[in-house]
Design a binder for this molecule. Structure first.
Ligand code: FES
Length: 132
């Protein structure tokens, strides 16, 4: 069953090198624009949420994919010019995967390379806290 997911994307990340013709558009905003096109048919299932800096500016472009009860995946080093199709496809896989656990073998090489961190789902408020 598909579950709505949110993709946070840093709108302020720079292009890794000067991008001819980009004007004042940041690398992050370019990536967001490309993702919006790739995910146009998936509105309601995947929400793109632009954010202003994710504190990993030296590893641009940065994004994070999350949904209630699912893993959170944090990506960095995404190409503003080339990452959108692979990231959009991964968002669709994630939305359909139980717990957001997309089998590693189904992930594109670009997504495997860009995956920096994976966090477990939030523990529900009424669950006992585990102390380490
Ligand atoms: S500007 Fe994108 S992480 Fe800081």
């Amino acid at each position: 069953m598909t579950q709505p997911a949110t993709l946070f994307v840093c709108a302020l990340c720079k292009f890794p090198s000067p991008a001819p013709g980009a004007g004042d558009t940041t690398g992050g905003q370019h990536l967001i624009d490309q993702l919006a096109e790739c995910l146009a048919a998936d509105q309601g299932e995947i929400t793109i949420q632009p954010v202003r800096c994710m504190a990993a500016c030296d590893r641009a472009c940065n994004a994070a994919l999350t949904a209630p009860g699912k893993l959170t995946l944090i990506f960095n080093g995404l190409s503003p010019q080339a990452a959108a199709p692979d990231l959009a496809e991964f968002c669709r896989q994630y939305a359909e995967a139980t717990g957001g656990k997309v089998p590693y073998g189904l992930r594109s090489p670009a997504i495997k390379q860009a995956t920096a961190y994976v966090l477990p789902p939030l523990v529900e408020a009424h669950s006992p806290t585990v102390r380490v």
